[in-house]
Structure formats: structure tokens, C-alpha cells
Design a protein around this ligand. Structure first.
Ligand code: 3HC
Length: 301
């Protein structure tokens, strides 16, 4: 059955090569998913070789884990690994049909990434973004071909969470949208079409809930009480663990975007703000006064 709002699938174009801009955790998880499901070349880039190498190593390591679990054959694992490469040269993206960015959540940075890419890719190549909350229309606004821009928003952990939010921007054309839905299907995700509004649908709902937990703590409820209170409802993770998985900086960014868009409904937690602005990394904790602290023994996120 065609998902609500998806154009006719006959408009979809085939994707023979995928480019990924950013080689952080989310980007590397996406690289793994694309190569596993599409079995096409996937090229990763980032600002320096070290990050690129780290991204490629992550994907290779995850393929080794699949091999150990006998989910791929030794030959299959080698073939998948060979399909994933990293490059600092944007020319490596020239023949990519679908390029997705997962760089720092800043509109200006993302606009620059797309503007740079436009100089290398073909006019039909799709430019997708995994942004959690920024406007896709704004991201496309300065491009020669804004009709090929689409939101393609995964959830963490990418390998496991079935949902994919596909976002149609003001000028996104039907062929781009149909290709995005076809890709979602190949990736075995459940795609939903959402409006290009702040934080789309899922993060808007999630942040209302997670944000409220943090504000309750700001107001003096012991963190353990606020974090664990809903455990008997059978949530897969407590709010704190989920925010740790997503990353406190991302949670803060989405919270701030939503606060700007709907100031009466979204409050930014003082503790979360302090924690992230102090540049703290690691697994966060709360002290007896309810202030966010960090366990110095725990490795960086
Ligand atoms: N990366 C890759 N795979 C992972 C993983 C990770 N971080 N964590 C778990 N998995 C895999 C395991 O390998 C296992 O796979 P297998 O069955 O093939 O061996 C499978 O997931 C189940 O893992 P476990 O049995 O160890 O753990 P759980 O049953 O506790 O499930 C969970 C783990 C699926 C992560 C579950 O806790 C969950 O659903 N948590 C909520 C996650 C969520 O809500 N994510 C959305 C966050 S919002 C977001 O991402 C949006 C962004 O824009 C901010």
C-alpha cells in the first residue's frame, strides 16, 4: 500500500551510488544501513581524514559483527566492506544519485554543504538531509535546483528503529519524493510523510515529554524520581538513557528550535543548557542538588 502522500512509485529514480556528508555516529550508522540494504557504493566525507577514517572503520567493524553473528557470509562481508569508502575529495560525489548530509545542526553550515555539493553532483542527484529539526525549505532556498532537496530523518539507533520521516520542502518535486519513498522501502523502514515544520512530528512529541522530565528536575524533583517514574509503563528506555543515546547537545538543539517556534509550549531545561554549554562529554549524571554533572571516568560520547 502506498504511504499517505507518497507520489506514484513509477516516478522514482534508481539509486546506484550514495554519498554521505559527515562521518559521525549517525552518518556512519546510515552508511551501514545503505550498504547493507542497497548493496551499492557508499562514500563518506567529513572535514578531515581522521573523521573519515573513523566513520569507515565503524562501518567495517559493524560488518564484522554481522559476520560474527552469521548474518552475512565471509564473501558478502568483504563485498560490503569494499563498497564503503571515505574521501575528502568532493569529486568522489560526482556520480552519486543520492547524497545525504548529517553534519552539525546549524542552518548556515548545512546550506553551505548543499551549495558546495551542487558544484559537483548532477542536477538530478537528490540532496537529502537527516536534520532533526531545521527547515528543509530554508536549507534548499539558495540552491539552483531546490526541487531535489528532501528531508530523510532517521532515528537512533538507525539499524534498529523502523521509522523514517520524509519531509517535503516547498519546492521538492514528485520524482525526488517518490525516490525517497522507494529508498525508504529498500532500507526496510516505515516511511511517513511529514510537514516541513520545526522538529517535524516525532521530535516535537518526544521533546515535549523529555523536556518536561528535565524541567521537573530543574524545579527540584530528584532526577531518579522524574527519570524512573514512568518505567512501569514499559517504555524501552528511561528519558535520561534516551537523551544519552540521542546526545545531550542534539536534545538541547531540538529543544531550542522548538522553544523558538512555540515559546509557550517548549521550555529549555536550565540543567541541560548548562551541561551542554559547559562542553561536557560523557555519560551525564545528576548530583544530590539536582544539577547535571559528568562522570569523568566515562569515555567521550
Ligand atoms: N546500535 C545498533 N544496534 C543496536 C543498538 C545500537 N546503539 N542498540 C541495540 N541495538 C540492536 C542490538 O544489537 C539488537 O539487535 P539483534 O537483536 O539483531 O541482536 C537489538 O538492537 C535489540 O537490542 P537489545 O536486546 O540489546 O536491547 P533492547 O531490547 O533494550 O532494545 C533499543 C534497544 C531498540 C535501542 C530500545 O531500547 C529502544 O527502542 N529505545 C528507544 C529508542 C528511541 O526512542 N529512539 C529514538 C530517539 S529520537 C531520535 O533519534 C531522533 C533524533 O533526531 C534526535
Amino acid at each position: 500500500k502506498r504511504p499517505a502522500g507518497a507520489p506514484d512509485k513509477s516516478l522514482a529514480r534508481k539509486v546506484n551510488k550514495v554519498g554521505i556528508v559527515g562521518a559521525g555516529l549517525m552518518a556512519s550508522q546510515m552508511a551501514l544501513l545503505f550498504v547493507r540494504r542497497l548493496k551499492v557504493p557508499v562514500v563518506l566525507t567529513d572535514v578531515d581524514q581522521e573523521r573519515v577514517d573513523k566513520g569507515v572503520s565503524y562501518v567495517h567493524g559493524e560488518i564484522d559483527k554481522l559476520l560474527a553473528k552469521k548474518r552475512v557470509s565471509p564473501d558478502g562481508a568483504n563485498r560490503l566492506k569494499a563498497l564503503v569508502t571515505g574521501s575528502l575529495d568532493k569529486a568522489a560525489f560526482a556520480d552519486a544519485d543520492f547524497v545525504i548530509e548529517a553534519v552539525f545542526e546549524d542552518l548556515g553550515v548545512k546550506q553551505k554543504v548543499f551549495a558546495d555539493l551542487e558544484q559537483y553532483v548532477s542536477p538530478e542527484a537528490i540532496l537529502a538531509t537527516n536534520t532533526s529539526s531545521l527547515s528543509i525549505t530554508a536549507m534548499a532556498s539558495q540552491l539552483k535546483h531546490p526541487e531535489r532537496v528532501v528531508g530523510f530523518h532517521f532515528f537512533n539507533p538507525v539499524a534498529v528503529m523502523p521509522l523514517l520521516e520524509i519531509v517535503r520542502a516547498e519546492k521538492t518535486d514528485d520524482a525526488t519524493l517518490a525516490t525517497a519513498f522507494a529508498l525508504g522501502k529498500q532500507l526496510k523502514k516505515s516511511s511517513v510523510l511529514v510537514k516541513d515544520a520545526s522538529a517535524f512530528v516525532v521530535n516535537r512529541l518526544l521533546l515535549r515529554f523529555l523536556g518536561e522530565v528535565l524541567v521537573t528536575v530543574d524545579e527540584g524533583t530528584p532526577f531518579e524520581v522524574a527519570d524512573k517514574a514512568l518505567e512501569p509503563l514499559g517504555l524501552p528506555m528511561t528519558p535520561l538513557t534516551l537523551m544519552q543515546l540521542v546526545g545531550p547537545a542534539i536534545a538541547l538543539h531540538v529543544g531550542e528550535t522548538l522553544h523558538e517556534a512555540f515559546p509557550d509550549r517548549f521550555t529549555v531545561s536550565e540543567n541541560l543548557d548548562r551541561f551542554v554549554k559547559a562542553g561536557k562529554k560523557g555519560v551525564w549524571q545528576w548530583d544530590a542538588q539536582g544539577n547535571a554533572t559528568v562522570d569523568p571516568e566515562v569515555a567521550e560520547l
